[in-house]
Design a protein around this ligand. Structure first.
Ligand SMILES: Cc1cc2nc3c(=O)[nH]c(=O)nc-3n(C[C@H](O)[C@H](O)[C@H](O)COP(=O)(O)O)c2cc1C
Length: 244
């Protein structure tokens, strides 16, 4: 029996999911960090599919509260686009951890599946996701539990993905699948489009005189996320059938 000390919203979502399915549902946690909301959008698309399959879903957003870095991410667009992004480089380079807030749902211990949403920061998992995966709370959540990873990034997903997999496995989790999302455009244009968004908070035709594609998740992400969630539920159901 899952005992989540989560918010009322989470509790009511759980109740609704169980009633709709009329069966004992798989308990799924989607834990993520997000600044520009891309990891949240994927989480919501996956949650929609999980709920459609009768799962009991909790979404938990990790918050970066560390005084060294938190302030810049309290506003969008960034105040100093280049300075604020580059300012994270030393911490990312050394694989730093820092102070975070972990919602109640990401402290509960008995999920059937944990999905970890990890944005790439300088090739690696962001400070808040690394901090969560190294926390005592994540150890309790992941130990003996299946986990899946999705990475959202402009372009560089694989180092981040491997690092998350390694950290979650170290906490006792069993890897069951991954998915990544990249932005449109090649190296230069995708970078300019992202920086334009950090600076102006909206897609524009050109940045620094160069024609740029739309930034962020590409068309089709919703279906991809849904199909991924479907495969994960199939895996849970096969596992349950195998247990009988
Ligand atoms: C500080 C910082 C560093 C980043 N470094 C990279 C990087 O090295 N490679 C990459 O592909 N994307 C990088 N990005 C882009 C993010 O991965 C991308 O914007 C992602 O969608 C963010 O997820 P979110 O919208 O959920 O916050 C960086 C973004 C920030 C804010």
């Amino acid at each position: 029996m899952l005992r989540v000390r989560g918010s009322d919203r989470i509790e009511s979502e759980r109740a609704m999911s169980s009633t709709e399915s009329g069966t004992t549902s798989h308990r799924v946690l989607i834990v993520y960090y997000t600044y520009t909301q891309q990891a949240l959008k994927v989480a919501e698309a996956m949650a929609e599919t999980f709920r459609g399959r009768g799962c009991d879903v909790s979404l938990a957003k990790i918050e970066l509260t560390d005084k060294r870095w938190a302030d810049r991410f309290t506003r969008f667009p960034l105040k100093h686009a280049y300075g604020d992004v580059l300012g994270m480089f030393p911490a990312q380079l050394r694989g730093a951890t820092g102070e975070i807030h972990i919602p109640e749902a990401a402290r509960a211990e008995d999920y059937d599946l944990v999905c970890i949403g990890s944005p790439t920061w300088f090739f690696k998992p962001s400070v808040p996701i690394r901090s969560y995966l190294k926390s005592v709370e994540a150890g309790k959540v992941l130990d003996g539990t299946h986990f899946a990873i999705y990475v959202v990034c402009r372009r560089y997903w694989s180092i981040n993905m491997k690092a998350v997999r390694k950290l979650a496995t170290k906490r006792g989790g069993t890897f069951v699948g991954d998915l990544h999302f990249v932005y449109a455009g090649k190296q230069v244009r995708s970078f300019l489009a992202m920086m334009n968004n950090f600076k102006y908070g909206e897609n524009r035709e050109k940045y620094l005189g160069v024609k740029i594609p739309p930034t962020n998740l590409q068309v089709g992400y919703h279906e991809q996320a849904g199909a991924f969630a479907d495969r994960l539920v199939d895996g849970l159901e096969n596992k349950s059938a195998g247990d009988v």
